[in-house]
Design a protein around this ligand. Structure first.
Ligand code: GLC
Ligand code: GLC
Length: 812
């Protein structure tokens, strides 16, 4: 069942009912000022850091769900309604929400009044602009009142949600004209405030929540709104808000337009005040002047759309499959940009006060956005590498504002070092910019011990190479990609963090998965050595990689008989072997070892993937492990803490489904690669939105596995490495346009019935117009013709002097 539809021409998902199975949200903002906005106008806003500089308050896990946001109320006679349905939930005559790329539009119609809004964050500004247009579609004159409402957060969202003994006394505001200034703590150490304004004279306002709602009311029935009269309250402590009242007369057919601006303003410390305790409003007034007419809003909106046109023109596909086209050309890339902006900080499931930037998460996100914003990818790589330790390990997370490693969680995750190679290699393959390897980068943010980025990568590889266990496999440490495989933790007390309790390292527990990464990224590192002319080092690295390859295929180490082992626990027992009662087979090593090329020649690769299909496949995607753990295993950690079928305990973890799909392309099975791709693909799961529940235009982190009560139900939408990996899968492996160090390679692996298709790819300044004749073949390039000239192999020789290059690929 669907709750809306795709409008590909406008790059929008059109939600047709406010009663979606979960809030379906969108992100506004692309640099420093961000808003989350749901299909019923819920959400919140922050500047740079969702924890420290939160503008508006949100209550997670509230009832009914998703109840705070940026609301407009319309009072028309005795009827009070919201264009986005919530919070009053007054039944609307018409409702529509269009989530677009960096903007959201709403339409609500009630009793002949139509309210249409457009909300977006302008490209280079620290504000959210909402234009609200009200139209009288009836044949009588309408006298209505419009009310706006936002609730301020007292900046630090964490403190705001618990330190009430202080917070109920700190709130302060000013009001001037139609602008409400939120200036809590400005009098002391802050030099920033927030504004909410409208470009028209107002009848009244409120800034104290109790006056607006009434002491015993909810956002669903604000007293002042139902009375038709705001009270001009001035907040003093408690909960400051911003609410405007506009009294509007509309003749039949008449429309009126209002522009609301919610903004963040910073003043130089010496310029904070206009007079004693009166804040300097000049920068706020300048900001408001930029959006005080419809024409200015139109121009700012056009600029935003142009920015996205440019970004989304870098990789486009034209195939006979609409779903693939819309995911590749629009939504998958959009989600990659959102994961770049948010990492894992602020979503409807990540509360913005918890996790910082993950080392491994950020490196993997990069794989999905590096072609869009290579300069910012470069900066990101340097930031990440700066949190590495001298021995090659890394802080598992860092804080976005300070960019310093987070000592609460510390280090010791065995996979982290290798992800830095993955990200750097992707950047150089995309841009050709090898100078990044010569950048001097600090260790643990200490510039006095800086070394080149190349040296950082050397230490990454070296750390894993020299930290092996009894089977000569890499040590796992606190965990590897699977944060819940905590083999050294041995926690038996509730509340202890599985990721930080116990020793960070043990000499026995090993990860086969990291072995697969070692092959994949060891090879990429060796290629970088070659690029730097370090042929001896490259040879040494390749030798180590070849040894690891053998260890992985050895039935006394990495190979179990029909699939790859997952790990060895701290007693040296197998995790993910046929001899295990629960957790016999895991997805990660099957996907990753094979995508690294391990076992392709020996046939073990195919065997491993056949085992995946046999033991882990479901109609909703491939599960992370089977059989699910039904009892808690102290020697395995968090993986066995979840009820069967959820999260890392046999859930369908969407992030590693593309690994399996990529692995299938490596052995040339396009039908199966695409089947795996389809199962978690939003454009396909849209049809079962009542089961899947999360947004049908983007990926979620996890879908409940076969053991779960709600098999097929998605959770944790938006901020997941799934976005990057599925984009890598579909764009580089299935459609097969893969950036190598020497140029673009075209080697598709598609279903037999996929049909001919074409890809436009802007790469290192050259536009490639690639058309593929598929000939019913799943994999194999028979002919590669570049500007009419036949070329051997699959790599298009890079020639910077060309503006556009025409490429014909004949499969066979
Ligand atoms: C979460 C984490 C990611 C981890 C995954 C599997 O998505 O953000 O780092 O790899 O879970 O445990
Ligand atoms: C929990 C989650 C996992 C996530 C981790 C982050 O272990 O199950 O998905 O990566 O927390 O710390």
């Amino acid at each position: 069942m669907k709750f809306g539809h795709f409008d590909d021409e406008h790059r929008e998902y059109v939600i047709e009912t406010p009663k979606t199975p979960l809030p379906w949200i969108n992100y506004l903002g692309s640099k420093e000022f961000f808003s989350l906005i749901s299909n019923t106008c819920g959400g919140y806003t922050f500047y740079k850091d969702a924890k420290l500089l939160r503008l508006t308050r949100y209550r997670y896990n509230d009832v009914p769900m998703d109840i705070n946001g940026k609301y407009f109320y319309i009072k028309d006679g005795d009827t009070v309604w919201n264009p986005g349905w919530k919070p009053t939930q007054t039944e609307l005559d018409e409702y529509e929400c269009r989530h677009g790329i960096g903007y959201s539009k709403f339409k609500g119609v009630k009793n002949g009044v139509r309210a249409e809004s457009l909300a977006f964050v302008p490209v280079n500004d620290n504000c959210e602009v909402t234009r609200l247009v009200v139209t009288n579609d009836s044949s009588v004159t309408k006298n209505i009142s419009i009310f706006s409402y936002v609730e301020w957060c007292l900046w630090n969202a964490d403190d705001d949600s618990r330190n009430f003994q202080r917070n109920f006394s700190t709130g302060e505001v000013e009001v001037k004209g139609s602008t409400i200034y939120h200036k809590t703590e400005y009098r002391e150490r802050r030099n920033h405030y927030a504004i909410y304004s409208v470009n028209a004279p107002i009848t009244a306002f409120d800034t104290a929540r109790d006056s607006f709602l009434g002491l015993y009311h909810y956002a669903a029935d604000p007293e002042a709104v139902f009375n038709g009269k705001l009270t001009n309250s001035m907040a003093s402590g408690w909960s400051p808000i911003a609410a405007h009242q506009l009294d509007v007369t509309l003749q039949p057919g008449e429309s009126k337009s209002y522009v609301f601006v919610l903004g963040y303003i910073e003043n130089p410390v010496e310029d904070k005040w206009e007079s004693h305790n009166v804040i300097n409003k000049k920068p706020a007034e300048a900001m408001l002047a930029k959006y005080d007419t419809d024409a200015k809003v139109d121009a700012a909106f056009a600029e935003l759309n142009e920015q996205w046109d440019k970004l989304l023109n870098i990789y486009t596909v034209d195939s006979s499959n609409d779903k693939v086209n819309r995911m590749v050309n629009i939504w998958n890339q959009y989600q990659c940009m959102v994961t770049f902006n948010m990492s894992r900080s602020a979503s409807y499931y990540e509360s913005g006060i918890g996790r910082g930037m993950g080392f491994r998460d950020s490196c993997q996100d990069l794989l999905g956005f590096v072609h869009l914003i290579p300069d910012r990818a470069r900066e990101r790589i340097i930031d990440i590498a700066s949190t590495q330790f001298q021995d090659g390990r890394a802080y598992h997370q860092y804080q976005p504002l300070t960019k310093k490693g987070n000592s609460d969680i510390g280090s010791g995750f065995g996979d982290d070092p290798l992800w830095l190679i993955a990200g750097t290699s992707a950047y150089i393959r995309e841009t050709g910019d090898a100078t990044i390897l010569d950048e001097m980068v600090p260790f643990d943010n200490d510039m006095s011990v800086a070394e080149t980025l190349m040296e950082h990568l050397r230490r990454s590889f070296g750390y894993v190479d020299t930290h092996r266990g009894p089977h000569n496999l890499p040590l796992i440490g606190r965990a590897d990609w699977n944060d819940c495989l905590n083999l050294n933790c041995h926690s038996v007390q509730p509340g202890e963090s599985f990721q930080t309790f116990g020793p960070s390292e043990g000499p026995v527990a090993e990860s086969v998965f990291i072995g697969g990464m070692f092959v994949k990224y060891g090879n990429e590192y060796a290629d970088l050595c070659d690029l730097k002319g370090l042929t001896d080092e490259a040879a040494k690295v390749r030798k180590s990689v070849a040894e690891m390859n053998d260890i992985l295929l050895d039935s006394n180490a990495g190979w179990d008989g029909e699939w790859f082992v997952r790990a060895y626990d701290s007693y040296g027992n197998k995790v993910g072997g046929n001899e295990c009662e629960e957790g016999k087979i895991f997805i990660e090593p099957q996907g990753f070892c094979v995508l690294a090329g391990v076992g392709v020649e020996s046939g073990q690769a195919q065997q491993a993937l056949d085992s995946v299909k046999k033991h882990l496949d479901t109609k909703y995607g491939v599960m992370i492990l089977q059989p699910a753990y039904t009892v808690y295993h102290e020697e395995l950690g968090e993986v066995s803490s979840y009820p069967p079928g959820y999260k890392e305990n046999a859930g369908i973890f969407c992030h590693n489904n593309p690994w399996v799909s990529i692995a299938e392309t490596v052995i040339g099975r396009g039908d199966r690669a695409f089947e795996v791709y389809k199962k978690t693909c939003p454009a396909y799961t849209e049809e079962i939105s009542e089961i899947h529940r999360t947004e049908p235009y983007i990926y979620c982190q996890m879908v409940a596995g076969a053991d779960a009560k709600f098999h097929g139900e998605g959770k944790n939408s938006w901020l997941t490495g799934t976005a990057a990996w599925t984009f890598v899968n579909i764009s580089q492996y299935i459609l097969g346009v893969y950036p190598t160090l020497n140029g673009l390679s075209v080697d598709p692996c598609v279903p037999a019935d996929f049909g001919d298709f074409s890809v436009k790819r802007v790469y290192r300044g050259v536009e490639y117009d690639i058309s593929v004749k598929q000939n019913g073949v799943q994999k194999g390039v028979k002919e590669l013709i570049v500007d009419g000239v036949k070329v051997e192999g699959t790599v298009i020789p890079y020639d910077a002097s060309r503006k556009t290059v025409k490429v014909e690929v004949v499969m066979g």
